[in-house]
Design a protein around this ligand. Structure first.
Ligand code: SAH
Ligand code: SF4
Ligand code: F3S
Length: 467
């Protein structure tokens, strides 16, 4: 009697730091490894392969990587003592920037791979099993990795990410991204639309387009011309069943008339925009090489709000860029008060090796950076609380994404990306329904399905029949 046996599933654990593009990339790495038998695992314990997908944006991120590598050295030894092997890979922006340092400081790492080489992972795994030292792939290959990545192995959630653009040519004084992610590159429109259609037919109702400079998008359209982000969003808005669109991260310099018009025209384009400004001082903005003034930013924000009056902003700020004076920092506080942000990320300036600002004179002392950051964060926190409170009593559509934290709850997100929960049925997941907000909590809202909930304001979870 003969028996056929399928090879045992191998367990893959991926740990992700950094931006949403890294989250997207981790999903693609899982997809590319699925055909050779790797299935996602919840913990690194006993895993057959561990990938650390890293971020290089601030100093702490690198140190976190090395302490994690220390722990995994032991896990690897335990696995080997039990007669198994654990393949250990470091991916992402630290891999790209410091591949040599990683293999020198942590020689137990098997694979080091940069963000443009993920489609080669299966081949690298095979090479690693034969190689004596680490397998390193940190080139920016000429071919388009998106052409070589398989379709998603796992179904997306109700909300999904879709990378449309990568890299950056802007070279802000403080930032490593142009070095770790390479030059700006936009995926052709056809590939983006095909991926979006696949996501929607697998259940996604909201898609966030991703790019380090997403509104610098200039992908080749089916007409052979270069399409901007506004045009791409219009084409995506025509996909039946796709209820919500977002994009991140944008640069103020690349907000053009067509993108503003898209905010006016497309109800699917959510009224929430992450638009980093970094500073409110023109001198600091120039030193940062941002290519716009504080006034330019205010004008853009006003025009966007005029196009879409319920639009709310999120932003990024850096406190204590080299040379920033107290008065210049105060101008950031003035800009924040003038715009009013619904949410924001703010960071202490962190010197990154190889960037122009790292070697600039007049580095701001650590204690001063701390004090500025605290003042800024207190103001931004107040604005976020005020924004959340301003939603209480309002009724608007919420997209339900999964079970809430407590039994009997469902969770969703508002048009402004706030988490919201209410007592309700899991049958709501995947639908959009009108909710009246009852209370604002520190990081979320709670509410009640609006009275008269019926087929008018509940969208079916199934893909609608093609028109
Ligand atoms: N492409 C986006 C942001 C990419 S990095 C943009 O142009 O705005 C995300 C955020 O990290 C940045 O907006 C910036 O606020 C912060 N950041 C980047 N480098 C930093 C550094 N060296 N120190 C502190 N914050 C930094
Ligand atoms: Fe970094 Fe500036 Fe490029 Fe944003 S625009 S990724 S901050 S260099
Ligand atoms: Fe970090 Fe790289 Fe993203 S440095 S923020 S993971 S592009």
């Amino acid at each position: 009697m003969t028996t056929t046996s399928t090879p045992p599933r191998k367990r893959l654990f991926i740990r992700t730091w950094g931006c949403q593009m890294n989250v997207y990339d981790s999903g693609r790495m899982a997809d590319v490894l699925a055909p050779i038998g790797y299935a996602p695992a919840e913990t690194p314990d006993g895993a057959d392969m561990v990938i650390l997908n890293t971020c290089h944006i601030r100093e702490k991120a690198t140190e976190k990587l090395f302490s994690e590598l220390g722990r995994l050295r032991e896990a690897k030894a335990t696995k080997r003592a039990a007669g198994g092997e654990m393949v250990l890979a470091v991916a992402g922006c630290v891999a790209q920037a410091e591949g040599a340092e990683i293999t020198a400081r942590a020689p137990w790492v098997d694979i080091v791979l940069g963000p443009q080489t993920y489609h080669k992972l299966p081949e690298m795994v095979a090479r690693a099993s034969r190689a004596a030292g680490a397998v390193i792939e940190c080139d920016f290959p000429a071919e388009d990795k998106f052409d070589h990545l398989p379709d998603a192995a796992a179904p997306p959630g109700v909300t999904a990410f879709l990378t449309v653009q990568e890299g950056c040519d802007k070279f802000c004084s403080f930032c490593v991204v142009p070095y770790t992610r390479g030059a700006e590159f936009s995926r052709p429109v056809a590939g983006v639309l095909a991926e979006a259609r696949r996501l929607v037919s697998a259940g996604a109702r909201e898609i966030s387009l991703l790019g380090q400079n997403v509104n610098a998008y200039h992908g080749e359209g089916p007409d052979g011309r270069s399409w901007g982000l506004g045009r791409l969003l219009r084409a995506l808005a025509e996909i039946p069943g796709l209820r919500r669109l977002r994009y991140t991260t944008s640069h103020p310099r690349d907000v053009d008339d067509d993108l503003i018009a898209a905010h006016r025209e497309l109800p699917q384009l959510m009224p929430f925009l992450h638009l980093p400004v970094q500073s409110g001082s023109d001198r600091v903005l120039a030193a940062m090489n941002r290519g716009h003034t504080a006034d330019d930013f205010l004008r853009i924000a006003d025009r966007l709000r005029e196009a879409r009056p319920d639009l709310a902003f999120s932003s990024d700020f850096i406190a204590g860029h080299p040379g920033e004076t107290t008065a210049e920092f105060e101008q950031t506080m003035v800009l924040v008060r003038r715009v009013g942000f619904a949410q924001a990320y703010s960071f202490k300036y962190s010197a990154r090796p190889g960037t122009p600002a790292a070697g600039a004179p007049h580095q701001v002392p650590e204690a001063e950076k701390d004090a500025r950051l605290q003042a800024l964060q207190a103001l931004l926190r107040d604005q976020q609380d005020a924004f959340n409170r301003s939603r209480v009593g309002m009724t608007f559509p919420v997209l339900f994404t999964g079970p809430g934290r407590h039994a009997g709850q469902v969770a969703g997100r508002t048009p402004w990306l706030q988490p919201l929960h209410l007592s309700g049925q899991l049958g709501l997941v995947g639908t959009e329904a009108s909710v009246t907000v009852l209370a604002a909590h520190p990081n979320s809202l709670s509410g009640l399905l609006a009275a008269g909930r019926d087929a008018d304001n509940v969208q079916p979870a199934e893909e609608p029949a093609p028109a």
